[in-house]
Design a protein. Structure first.
Lengths: 264, 413
C-alpha cells in the first residue's frame, strides 16, 4: 500500500482550485475530468428536485479517486454525468479536453465507447453471451473487425486471469469472476477512465478484497480509476476521496485525511 | 454495428427462442404460404388456358371464322347475344371463295360439330361429340393417331363412312378390343373406325378425348351441318405475323358476300386465341386480386403479431439495451438490431411459407383438377414480402428501444 502511495500521482488542492476557477477554458492535458458548477435538476411531477447543485471536481490523469456520500447526496447522478449517460442541466464537463456537457445522444455514445469503461454493482453482463462475447461488445460498437476483436477480448480476459473461462456464460461464473469479466470489458477499448459504480456492492468481503486488488493494480499501472461507493472501507482503497453531501462537494481529501476523519 | 453483425445477433436470438420465434413468424408463414399457393394456381391455370385449353380449341397461329364467337364467358350483353342470332350463318358455299383469298402457304379447314348418339355391341349407348371436318383439319390441330391411320384424301373427297375416335370413345365402346376396322353406329348409321387419336388430355376435369372425327362429306353431314351450314372455318397462317393479313382478307370476302355497307359492323366473328383468352385475362385479374387480398389480411395479422412480440422483446430486454447503450451503442445501432431481428424473423417465416406454399400448390394440383405452376419469381416476391412485413412490424418496437434512456434501462430489473 505504501508503494502505491509513492507511485500514484495526486493533484494538489491548489492545482485543482486553479483549473476549476477558469470557467469556459479547456483544461490542459493533465486533467482527465474537470466539472465546473455542474447542476442537475429533475422535474418530479411539477416539483423540481435539485440533485446536483454546483459540483466542481477536477481529476488528473492516473488518479484513483473514490466518490462517496450517503444516499440522496447526488453521487449516482454525478456518476451518470461523469459516465456520459446523462448531461447536466447547467455547468460544464470537460472529459479529456473535450466539452461533453452539450453533446448529443449519439456523440455521447461514441464518448462512452471510446473514453469510459463501466463497472457496475450488478455486473450488467449479457446473460446469454459468453464471457468472451461480453468483452467483445464495446469493440463491436467501435466497429472493429471480428478477428481483432476476438484477439483483444482474449487479451483483456487474460489480464484479469480469466482466459480459461472465456467460453462460459455469466451464470457459470462466480460473483468475483463476473466482476472481473466486467472489468475486462471496461478495459478492452483502452478507455481514459474506469468508472466503477459500487463495484463490490454484490460481493462478499473476501471477493471484494480481490476486486480491490485488481483496481489497485490498474491504478498503479497508470489507469485513471473513479469509484462510486457508500462504503468507507472500500473508499479507503482509493488515493483520494471526494465526499458529496446534498448535491455539493463536502470534502475532497487524500485518503489519509479521510481515514483519520472517519475514525473520529 | 455492421449489417452482418446484426443478422448474426438476430439469428442467435432466434435460435435461443426457437418455439417463440416459430409462433411469432407463423402468421407470416401462413400468409406467404397462401400467397404462393394462389399465385401458383392462378399462373398454372393461366398456362393451362393458354397452352392447353385454348391451344386445343384454337390451333397455333390460327383464327376461326364463325357466325358468332363460341368461347365467351361474361362481358356479353343480352342485346348483343340477340343480335348474334339474327346473323346469317356461314355456308358451305362461302368456304371456297374465302379459302381462295388466303395468302399462299396458309392452311384452312372447315368443320362442324354436334352431339351424336353412338352405340356399339360391346357397350351401352352414349352421346359423343362428332366433328365433320375437311382434309387439313388434322394437320392444323396437330392431331395424330396413336393407332391406325387418318382418312385418306380419297375418303375425304368421297365422304366415306370412316371415323377417327378419341381415347375415351375407344375405352367405352371397345373395351379391351382392337377398335380398328370395327363398327360404331352414329345416329343409327354404321361407321368404320380407322384410327384412334392421341390422347388430348383434360382441363378442369373435363376430358378432351370424348370425340369422333369423320370426313365432312360423310353421311354425318346431315346431322352436323344440315342446310349446308358450317360451324367454323379455321385458318392457320404460316407465321404469327401473317394472321392480321389473313384476317383482313377473310373479312373483305365475307363483307362482300354479305353485302355490308362500310358503316355496318361485321356480322360474323373472327376468333383468335387472343380474343378467346381475353375472358380468361379478365377472370385472372379478379382471381389475382382476391388471391392477393386474402393472404394480405393474413400478412397484416402476421405483422401485428410480430410487432407485439417485438414490443414484448424490447420490454424484456430493456436491461440489455441499457448495457449496450452504456458500452457505446448509438440509437441507430439499437434500432438496426431490433429491425434486423424482426426482418430476419419474418423472412425466415416467409421462406418456410414459400416452401409450404409450393408443396400446398402441388398437393392441390394432384388432388383436384386445378393445375399449378411454380413461378420462381414468386420466391423472390414471397421472401421480399416477408422482409417488408418484418421491417414494417419492427419500426415501432425498434424505435422505442432506440429511444430508451440508458440510465432508466440499466436500472430495470
Amino acid at each position: 500500500m505504501s508503494q502505491l502511495t509513492a507511485e500514484a500521482p495526486l493533484s494538489s488542492t491548489a492545482e485543482r482550485a486553479a483549473v476549476l476557477s477558469q470557467p469556459g477554458a479547456a483544461p490542459d492535458n493533465r486533467w482527465v475530468i474537470v466539472t465546473r458548477g455542474i447542476q442537475r435538476h429533475y422535474d418530479m411531477g411539477g416539483e423540481i428536485v435539485r440533485a446536483l447543485r454546483g459540483v466542481d471536481v477536477a481529476i488528473a490523469r492516473n488518479e484513483y479517486v473514490a466518490i462517496m456520500g450517503p444516499s440522496g447526496s447526488g453521487k449516482s447522478t454525478l456518476m451518470n454525468i461523469l459516465g456520459c449517460l446523462d448531461t447536466p442541466t447547467s455547468g460544464e464537463y470537460w472529459l479529456n479536453g473535450t466539452l461533453v456537457s452539450k453533446m448529443s445522444d449519439d456523440q455521447l455514445a461514441r464518448i462512452r465507447n471510446k473514453e469510459i469503461g463501466f463497472v457496475f454493482q450488478t455486473f450488467n453482463l449479457l446473460p446469454r453471451a459468453t464471457a468472451l462475447h461480453n468483452v467483445e461488445l464495446p469493440l463491436v460498437y467501435a466497429g472493429i473487425g471480428a478477428e481483432e476483436r476476438r484477439e483483444r477480448a482474449r487479451e483483456a480476459l487474460a489480464s484479469v486471469q480469466l482466459e480459461e473461462r472465456m467460453d462460459h456464460r455469466p451464470n457459470e461464473l462466480s460473483g468475483g469472476q463476473r466482476q472481473r469479466v466486467a472489468i475486462a470489458r471496461a478495459l478492452v477499448n483502452r478507455p481514459s477512465i474506469l468508472l466503477a459504480d459500487e463495484p463490490t456492492g454484490n460481493l462478499d468481503s473476501a471477493t471484494s478484497e480481490e476486486i480491490m486488488k485488481v483496481f489497485e493494480q490498474l491504478a498503479s499501472s497508470g489507469q485513471t480509476v473513479i469509484m462510486v461507493t457508500h462504503e468507507p472501507d472500500i473508499a479507503a482503497h482509493a488515493r483520494r476521496v471526494v465526499v458529496l453531501r446534498d448535491g455539493l462537494v463536502a470534502t475532497d481529501d487524500r485518503r489519509e485525511a479521510f481515514a483519520e476523519r472517519m475514525q473520529v | 454495428m455492421p449489417f452482418y453483425e446484426a443478422i448474426r445477433l438476430a439469428l442467435a436470438q432466434i435460435r435461443v427462442q426457437k418455439l417463440k420465434s416459430f409462433f411469432t413468424a407463423l402468421g407470416v408463414t401462413i400468409g406467404v404460404m397462401f400467397l404462393i399457393t394462389v399465385v401458383s394456381i392462378v399462373s398454372g391455370m393461366g398456362n393451362y388456358m393458354k397452352d392447353e385449353l385454348v391451344g386445343k380449341l384454337i390451333a397455333l397461329n390460327s383464327f376461326e371464322l364463325r357466325q358468332r364467337p363460341n368461347i365467351n364467358v361474361g362481358g356479353v350483353s343480352d342485346a348483343e347475344r340477340r343480335s348474334w342470332r339474327t346473323r346469317p350463318p356461314i355456308f358451305n358455299y362461302d368456304i371456297p371463295p374465302v379459302a381462295a383469298s388466303l395468302a399462299a402457304g396458309t392452311l384452312w379447314a372447315s368443320y362442324s360439330q354436334s352431339g351424336v348418339n353412338a352405340e356399339s355391341p360391346w357397350s351401352t349407348p352414349r352421346r359423343v361429340t362428332a366433328y365433320g371436318v375437311s382434309d387439313q383439319y388434322f394437320t392444323i390441330k396437330r392431331m395424330d393417331v396413336a393407332l391406325g391411320r387418318l382418312p385418306t384424301p380419297q375418303e375425304f373427297a368421297l365422304g366415306s363412312s370412316v371415323i377417327v375416335i378419341g381415347k375415351d370413345v375407344q375405352d367405352h365402346f371397345f373395351p379391351n378390343l382392337n377398335p380398328l376396322g370395327r363398327e360404331l353406329r352414329l345416329a343409327g348409321q354404321p361407321y368404320t373406325v380407322i384410327g384412334v387419336a392421341e390422347t388430348q388430355g383434360s382441363a378442369f376435369g373435363i376430358s378432351f378425348d370424348q370425340f369422333i372425327v369423320a370426313p365432312e362429306r360423310s353421311p354425318l353431314r346431315r346431322l352436323l351441318n344440315p342446310h349446308g351450314v358450317v360451324d367454323a372455318l379455321v385458318v392457320q397462317s404460316a407465321s404469327e405475323s401473317e394472321i392480321p393479313d389473313n384476317e383482313e382478307r377473310v373479312r373483305e370476302v365475307m363483307r362482300a358476300r354479305h353485302q355490308l355497307r362500310p358503316e355496318q359492323p361485321d356480322d360474323f366473328a373472327l376468333q383468335t386465341s387472343d380474343s378467346a383468352l381475353a375472358f380468361w385475362r379478365k377472370i385472372q385479374h379478379y382471381l389475382v386480386l382476391a388471391g392477393v387480398a386474402l393472404p394480405a389480411i393474413g400478412l397484416i395479422v402476421g405483422a401485428i403479431v410480430i410487432m407485439n412480440i417485438m414490443l414484448v422483446a424490447v420490454a424484456e430486454r430493456t436491461r440489455e439495451i441499457g448495457i449496450r447503450k452504456a458500452l457505446g451503442a448509438r440509437r441507430r445501432d439499437i434500432m438496426n438490431q431490433f429491425l434486423v431481428e424482426s426482418m430476419t424473423l419474418a423472412m425466415l417465416g416467409a421462406a418456410v411459407g414459400v416452401g409450404l406454399g409450393f408443396g400446398f400448390a402441388k398437393i392441390i394440383s394432384k388432388a383436384t383438377p386445378l393445375p399449378a405452376a411454380i413461378e420462381l419469381w414468386s420466391v423472390v416476391v414471397g421472401v421480399s414480402v416477408g422482409a417488408g412485413v418484418g421491417i414494417i412490424a419492427g419500426v415501432y418496437p425498434a424505435s422505442r428501444a432506440a429511444l430508451l434512456d440508458p440510465i432508466a434501462a440499466l436500472r430495470q430489473e
